[in-house]
Design a protein around this ligand. Structure first.
Ligand code: UDP
Length: 321
């Protein structure tokens, strides 16, 4: 990760959801850069093994419930939330709570400590974007079904953004919102309800099971390798000039799901067949960020190609599945 222009040396940072896929990577980099890290996680979807190698303070707690701290934080990063569409069906209330009550608790801590606040929002707040707005800029307001199967996540994240803006307006807080696009890499869960398309396809390919493409596979996502995503998030958290900003962080290369399935089959040398299953309701047809703002404001752009990132991820699953 480029250190130019950003530093967390000596900073006291609270990371909610710090045992999750992205949260644990953030804790890793913060510790590496000399920050003192406190992680709060209730292991809803996070895993103890993601952080057990780290020298951090860990508190097992559901952030949607109040909590007090003795030390003073410089930065609060709110990541806690389930994020897999399969979890939307099983835990919609917890997802809503993590991004409404949870962000309210986290913002309250930042307010009390006069800390900077970063919220990890999502490309999901754009819903199923009007094709005229792809690549999607931060100014696009979205096309979201408020009562659909994904609403517990996308509407909760939209509410989370509104909470951030309300605290900024009413209490003059220093806040930042990152809209994260589909991120993949080591530590992403593959099984059960936690798997996302990349981890599921790799797990299926490595174990010789059918690779399950939903719909015809023409829907697209823009896949970002985890180190690129984390670098963008931390640059947004660190740079003074990013105060109050909302920024897309993701790859600007759109890939269809069928193309992804074929790539993973090839890179794993897998005998698995590609099978087609019904497309879930409200599955966004295309997703690709406009990253002009991130390039200009954060001097950030993704550096890892999909093939390179998939190779690294496959190697990790081979060693860890
Ligand atoms: N998908 C798929 N097969 C799977 C899992 C997901 O074809 O086994 C598709 C899903 O329908 C969506 C895309 O892959 O179009 C990305 O799904 P993911 O769960 O990773 O996250 P999303 O971007 O939808 O939140």
């Amino acid at each position: 990760m480029k250190k130019e222009g950003i530093s967390f040396e000596g900073k006291n940072v609270l990371v909610t959801g710090g045992a999750g896929f992205l949260g644990s990577w953030i804790c890793d980099v913060l510790v590496h850069q000399g920050a003192k890290v406190t992680c709060v996680d209730n292991f809803a979807s996070g895993l103890a093994k993601n952080i057990e190698h780290l020298k951090i303070k860990f508190i097992e707690h559901d952030i949607s419930k109040p909590i007090e701290f003795d030390e003073k934080f410089d930065l609060v990063m709110h990541l806690a939330s389930r994020a897999s569409p399969f979890e939307f069906a099983r835990y919609p209330i917890q997802i809503l709570k993590a991004n409404t009550l949870g962000i309210w608790v986290a913002l309250g801590i930042a307010k009390k400590h006069k800390a900077r606040f970063l919220y990890t929002s999502t490309s999901e707040i754009y819903g199923d974007p009007d094709p005229r707005f792809i690549p999607t800029p931060e100014s696009y307001n979205g096309n979201v079904n408020p009562t659909g199967p994904r609403s517990c996540y996308d509407e909760a994240k939209r509410a989370g953004e509104a909470f951030v803006k309300a605290y900024e307006l009413q209490h003059g807080m220093d806040t930042r919102i990152v809209r994260i696009f589909n991120t993949y890499g080591p530590r992403m869960r593959a099984g059960d309800i936690y798997g996302r398309v990349v981890s599921r396809f790799i797990e299926q390919a490595l174990s010789g099971k059918p690779i399950t493409v939903f719909g015809g596979g023409s829907q697209t996502r823009s896949f970002t390798y985890v180190t690129d995503e984390i670098e963008g998030i931390l640059r947004l958290a660190a740079l003074d000039e990013a105060e109050g900003e909302v920024v897309n962080i993701g790859s600007d290369k759109e890939t269809s799901i069928l193309e992804l399935a074929k790539m993973i089959k090839k890179l794993t040398n897998s005998p698995s067949e590609i099978v087609f299953q019904p497309l879930p309701k409200d599955d966004p047809r295309r997703r690709c960020p406009d990253i002009t703002k991130a390039k200009k404001l954060l001097k950030w752009k993704p550096g890892v190609s999909l093939e390179e990132g998939l190779r690294k991820t496959i190697a990790w699953y081979e060693a860890n599945l």
